[in-house]
Design a protein around this ligand. Structure first.
Ligand code: GLU
Length: 215
């Protein structure tokens, strides 16, 4: 069980995501982290331990600016609680970042397959394998005439190979206004209002449901 939050809108993403993570922290106290996209660049902060001792302090020291991001509070299932195993995780290129709630049962065979193709992993998590798999699918596709967005298509293709449960939020530095979410067996809801889109596991904040005017 983990808590995930994704945000895209007109506000600074970091405080919105941090607030969401604080409310979801009961879902995992092992670590917390966040990726924000700004100027075509993904920046990530993540740290072992409670939000108040780790991520929150880290963000005070080195803030994240940008209106699109994903965040995570972890209950470790694969890989010990550590900075390295904290979410978000990136693909091989570093252009894709994901947060994940769930368990990928076939991550070892996927990891072996990707390693044989030259992928190098920085953590012991099942989630990083999914990040690399999405990245590999994204690199491989050539256009496509189905009208599906390339990042969405890469996520859909990758998830066809996955056995297990997931709620994920995915961002890519190539697409500053886009966040892709998917779920199977893990909770994930979409909140839309006032030019903001929120992708939390479970909870939509009151400002989003209250304020429906453009901001
Ligand atoms: N399996 C992932 C990890 O260990 C997510 C954990 C979870 O959702 O409980 O990092």
């Amino acid at each position: 069980m983990c808590g995930i939050v994704g945000y895209v809108g007109t506000k600074e993403a970091s405080p919105v995501i941090l607030d969401g993570l604080r409310h979801l922290e009961y879902r995992g106290y092992d670590s917390a982290g966040m990726t924000v996209l700004n100027g075509g660049q993904l920046s990530t902060r993540k740290r072992k331990g409670r939000i108040v001792d780790g991520l929150s302090k880290l963000l005070d020291e080195t803030p994240l600016m940008g209106c699109l991001g994903v965040g995570h509070t972890r209950w470790a299932t694969h890989g010990e609680p550590s900075d390295r195993n904290s979410h978000p995780h990136h693909d091989q290129s570093g252009r894709i970042s994901i947060v994940h709630n769930g368990v990928l049962e076939n991550f070892e065979s996927l990891r072996e397959k990707l390693a044989a193709q030259g992928h190098e992993f920085k953590s012991e998590t099942d989630t990083e394998v999914l990040a690399h798999l999405i990245g590999a699918c994204y690199e491989k596709q050539n256009g496509g005439s189905d009208g599906v967005h390339p990042l969405t298509r890469a996520v859909m293709t990758a998830l066809r190979e996955v056995i297990g449960t997931y709620g994920i939020a995915v961002v890519c530095s190539d697409f500053p206004g886009l966040m892709v979410g998917a779920r199977r067996g893990s909770p994930l809801i979409v909140g839309v209002g006032g030019g903001n889109i929120l992708l939390p596991a479970m909870r939509v904040p009151s400002w989003l449901t209250r304020d429906r005017s453009p901001t």
